[in-house]
Design a protein around this ligand. Sequence first.
Ligand code: SF4
Length: 413
Amino acid sequence: MIQEESDRQERFLRKAAQKMAAETARFLADLREREDYRPEFEPFLEYLADASASAAARRGARPLLKLLCVQAPLELIHAAGFHPFRVFSGSLAASALAAGNLPALTCPLLRAVLGELLLDASPSAAWILPTTCDWVVKFPEMLRLAGVGERPEIEWLELPRLKGRADGRERWLTEVWRLKEYLEKLAGRKIERKALRESIGAYARAAAVRQKLRQARIEGRLPPIWFMLVMSAFFLDEVSGWTAAAERLPPVLTKTREIAAARVFLAGSPIVFPNFKLPLLLEEAGLTAVADDLCSSERIFPGTSVIGDESLFGLVSALAGSYHQGCLCPVFADNERRINNIFNQRREAAFQGVVFGVLKGCHPYDLESFALEGPLKAQGLKFLRLETDYTQEDRQNLLTRLEAYRGTIGGSG
Ligand code: SF4
């Protein structure tokens, strides 16, 4: 009986793994068929062909440290000798795998993550979890409920939700310094000032090429979907590997393409490979997402920190500051930075509207979408909120709404 049960479970997992592989292969094949495909995108398609933790571990020489959200300074993890690997998933097949034992309205992204962990329990030294949204805070419970065998060591980072308060900033610095000490214990060695400076340099180089790609997107030399795909692969290799592949792009992105005149800003819940339903529908509706504030795309890592004091403490403080103050996550109580960022980007990217995608169950972004609508409209921006999940069932309905929205923006498609 027990043998029968485990055979049935094994068949179930194997079938889900086949579905996931087919989902990915189909999307990659479609991408290679696109008119705007270029061979320089190939390294990123190869990364995404196997976005699992075990594949990332094979690609690099450093042991993985798993993350969900990006408030833990990547440079610090890197300076301790680890590969910060963000566990993210846009797989419908994986999401279905974990659904049975979870609340119906669970964050689709985390449900897919749990499904992937059921299929790829490659061990990691530990998980670093900032206390962002309620689903993330309940992640260890969700691991148990979903039957994920791995019982990882979890290092929590208590994320102060008031960025504007001095004591909040001090508490976050204490948390980040404590993370440094934890990483040193895990690595069995001290994080030297020189090593941290070099890691900051490695991520600054990645931020510099991201900026060039961002500019190419705004100017119509890089289609939004390829920008988002390149960024999606950011954690799938060591930062130096991703940066080297990304730096081969700007020199070839010379030709300005005819892009739809209806330019929009894409905001909201993360969009993770292979769930690119919304970016593809935007294209189909004749809308060009010339910029975004997604933590899975433009904001997948904060970028350069302002360093005044070159001491080890000075470097750690600068990192703590940029990862806390620079974060736009809607879990913060005082988050004016998000709307200000949209207005700043509008001056640069000249978009006429904001499309805000919300994953069903993603309460922080759901609330944020209601809070932003009025102030954005008051500044003349057309606003559209779309609630969706990983299935294709609402595809036609979303497309109809996007086409109607494009009509309000004017500009020919
Ligand atoms: S913020 Fe939203 S998308 Fe991110 S983990 Fe929480 S519920 Fe999921």
